[in-house]
Design a protein around this ligand. Structure first.
Ligand SMILES: *[C@@H]1O[C@H](CO)[C@@H](O)[C@H](O)[C@H]1NC(C)=O
Ligand SMILES: *[C@@H]1O[C@H](CO)[C@@H](O)[C@H](O)[C@H]1NC(C)=O
Ligand SMILES: *[C@@H]1O[C@H](CO)[C@@H](O)[C@H](O)[C@H]1NC(C)=O
Ligand SMILES: *[C@@H]1O[C@H](CO)[C@@H](O)[C@H](O)[C@H]1NC(C)=O
Ligand SMILES: *[C@@H]1O[C@H](CO)[C@@H](O)[C@H](O)[C@H]1NC(C)=O
Ligand SMILES: *[C@@H]1O[C@H](CO)[C@@H](O)[C@H](O)[C@H]1NC(C)=O
Ligand SMILES: *[C@@H]1O[C@H](CO)[C@@H](O)[C@H](O)[C@H]1NC(C)=O
Ligand SMILES: CC(=O)N[C@H]1CO[C@H](CO)[C@@H](O)[C@@H]1O
Length: 565
């Protein structure tokens, strides 16, 4: 910023709260002294902004509409999550609109073309609205854009990336996640060499990731994911000196980890889950420095290098069936933050298949007794699983497995509410829940083969403002039964119960319930990391025969353990 110009950005954003307070209590747009001294807003910007706000129903006081100076109408809010603000940059004779932030409005569905007349925009944030349709080619007119921090993420945009976006060469951040944009991962991104923060996941894009992305040397955060088909090898990663977050979940990555892996000295968070990587896990590089290392759901084999197991690191190696080895001894008094379910690592420690007679879990909570309609004990499930971990229920009849951590926050794995849950007499079941920013699984063990009816219980107790924010998928026995499941929508409101009843078959003594996030809904409302699956309770009613089979096993098990003693 040239020192001769007045600092245009600091004022609007620092003074935001004061202005908001004024805007809410006094007249809608108080003409402060300072604003009167300001030069007028460029007529083209003023006309465009008025048109945009008219289309979005945000023109405010109807009597002032068309008269007020848009640069005086800087900000107004309804809530923390719903916010609209304008920032201007003024030189001697006129002000230009340089910042526009309109986020969290479910009723805003269109991108008015007039928006692209605001050619001096430096930041634009239209996240968390309900925009639909496609991004028009005119987006290329906003060539001064630098930070679209929260750009178009979390909307319902479709179509493909307009090639004109390649003109936005000043862009430092591009967040387009959680939309319905289709087509290949756009090659033009290679031209946006100023990018430090690129997030495109939770859409309908196809791989491969262009090799030429290796040119993006300034990258600090790269989050690509949830691609639909197409394979990529690791060759788009270069020695990016400032890269700290690398998330490549479900990107169709294939091949071995190269032996000469790139040098990524700042790496803190590495997520390679849900790819098709094989061969050995290299002992250190490139994740030497990563605090979060997620390589689960691949095809890695060979022994787990013990150097990567560290008490300061959350490690997920789950569901790599050919991965073997043993875990190093726990550091005194500490628990490893590690999830190795579904591997050949030291399996004896993990799961003792001791069956018992009932399966009901109060996810995230204490043991509870309810008649539903038969007397049922919902067992306690309140272990903190950190950013990667498993917990085996004490008598071994079920296991809960969790992987996930938002890269930007400590997302809690267990949530609770003190508010009432309406429309149920099992209210305590719903007041606590387990949640995950990636994947949460429950394994019911030692079942006789046959048909079972699973019941899952939910109530939204965190993202309580609107439906559509928490969306996740549910698989039972590897079969997808819900895609973009939305608790509030199903329950008809927040803090209300809803349930799923699903019939399934067990033929290897284990029943698996898998709840997982695919990048949809929200990243950060009401707080960073509030997304992904949430479940209140699980129940597996057993028939009389199933129960008696289990009881027989139970008696044998008890007999065995007493002999050992
Ligand atoms: C206002 O902005 C338009 C569009 O960028 C520009 O052509 C025009 O010169 C500006 N007007 C003044 C008075 O600077
Ligand atoms: C946007 O710019 C175009 C071309 O300069 C002009 O025709 C149109 O009237 C402008 N729209 C608004 C709402 O200012
Ligand atoms: C959207 O809702 C806000 C209130 O939350 C209202 O001021 C605005 O006029 C609405 N916009 C549209 C396009 O309906
Ligand atoms: C826009 O508003 C949201 C919600 O208050 C805020 O989180 C975000 O940082 C703002 N963006 C900009 C560019 O000011
Ligand atoms: C969002 O927009 C879609 C149309 O694209 C509409 O069907 C839906 O009702 C809107 N959602 C809300 C909460 O208004
Ligand atoms: C990395 O970050 C440092 C410190 O912020 C900066 O000086 C340097 O230019 C960055 N390097 C690249 C390639 O972006
Ligand atoms: C509820 O959650 C809060 C915040 O995470 C925590 O401090 C509190 O101990 C929890 N209460 C119960 C009863 O679990
Ligand atoms: C001034 C300017 O660059 N206008 C362009 C805006 O975008 C449309 C669509 O790409 C172009 O046709 C205009 O020339």
């Amino acid at each position: 910023m040239a020192p001769s110009r007045p600092a245009p950005l600091a004022l609007p954003f620092l003074a935001l709260l004061a202005l908001l307070a004024a805007a809410q209590t006094d007249e809608p747009f108080p003409p402060s002294q300072q604003q009167q001294q300001k030069p007028p807003t460029n007529a083209s910007d003023a006309a465009a902004l008025r048109e945009v706000f008219r289309r979005w129903g945000l023109e405010g006081d109807a009597s002032a509409a068309g008269k007020e100076d848009p640069c005086s109408k800087r900000a107004w809010v309804e809530s923390l999550a719903r916010n609209a603000s304008v920032g201007c940059s003024c030189s001697g004779s006129e002000c230009r609109v340089t910042h526009l932030n309109v986020t969290g409005f479910w009723n805003i569905t269109e991108i008015p073309l007039a928006l692209f007349n605001l050619t001096e925009l430096v930041t634009l944030d239209l996240s968390n609205n309900n925009l639909s349709g496609s991004i028009p080619p005119e987006v290329g007119n906003l060539s001064k854009l630098e930070t679209c921090t929260r750009h178009f993420n979390n909307n319902h945009l479709g179509g493909s990336f307009p090639p004109e976006s390649s003109r936005l060469t000043n862009l430092q951040s591009l967040w387009m996640f959680d939309n319905y944009i289709e087509g290949p991962v756009p090659q033009f991104i290679e031209n946006l060499t100023n990018l430090t923060d690129l997030r495109i996941y939770g859409m309908k894009l196809r791989g491969p990731v262009p090799k030429i992305f290796s040119n993006l040397m300034n990258l600090e955060k790269l989050m690509l994911g949830d691609l639909e088909g197409g394979q990529s090898s690791f060759d788009f990663i270069a020695d990016w000196p400032n890269l700290s977050i690398l998330s490549l979940r479900n990107c169709g990555l294939i091949g071995h980890l190269p032996t000469n892996l790139p040098n990524l000295p700042e790496l803190k968070y590495l997520d390679l889950r849900l790819n098709d990587l094989s061969g050995p896990i290299q002992p250190l590089s490139p994740y030497k420095y990563s605090t979060y290392l997620y390589v689960g759901e691949n095809n890695f084999s060979g022994p787990l290098p013990s150097e990567i197991v560290q008490s300061s690191r959350a490690l997920d190696v789950s569901h790599n069936p050919s991965l073997s080895g043993t875990l190093p001894d726990n550091p005194a008094g500490r628990k490893w933050s590690i999830n190795y379910i579904g591997t050949s690592i030291d399996a004896s420690r993990t799961i003792d298949r001791y069956p018992v007679s009932s399966f009901a879990v109060n996810c995230g909570g204490e043991q509870k007794h309810y008649s539903d309609p038969l007397p049922t004990v919902f067992s306690e499930d309140s272990s903190d699983l950190g950013a990667a971990g498993i917990h085996v229920n004490t008598v071994g009849q079920w296991v809960v497995s969790h992987v996930g951590s938002d890269p930007f926050s400590e997302s809690p794995g267990i949530v609770n509410t003190s508010q009432d849950i309406l429309g149920t007499n099992m209210t305590q079941l719903y007041k606590t829940a387990r949640t995950s920013t990636s994947a949460l699984s429950y394994y019911m063990l030692g079942l006789a083969d046959g048909k079972y009816t699973v019941q899952l219980f939910f109530a939204e107790i965190v993202i309580v403002d609107e439906p559509g924010r928490r969306l996740f998928n549910i698989d039972i026995q590897d079969q997808n039964i819900k895609k973009d499941f939305d608790i509030i929508k199903e329950a008809g409101g927040p803090r209300r119960p809803t349930s799923i009843t699903h019939e399934t078959t067990v033929n290897n003594s284990i029943l698996v319930i898998h709840l997982y996030w695919t990048g949809r809904g929200t990243c950060c409302i009401p707080y960073e990391g509030a997304y992904g699956p949430l479940v209140s309770a699980i129940k597996l009613p057993l028939s009389k025969t199933q129960r008696s089979v289990l009881d027989r096993h139970r008696i044998q098990h008890d007999a065995m353990t007493s002999e050992e003693e």
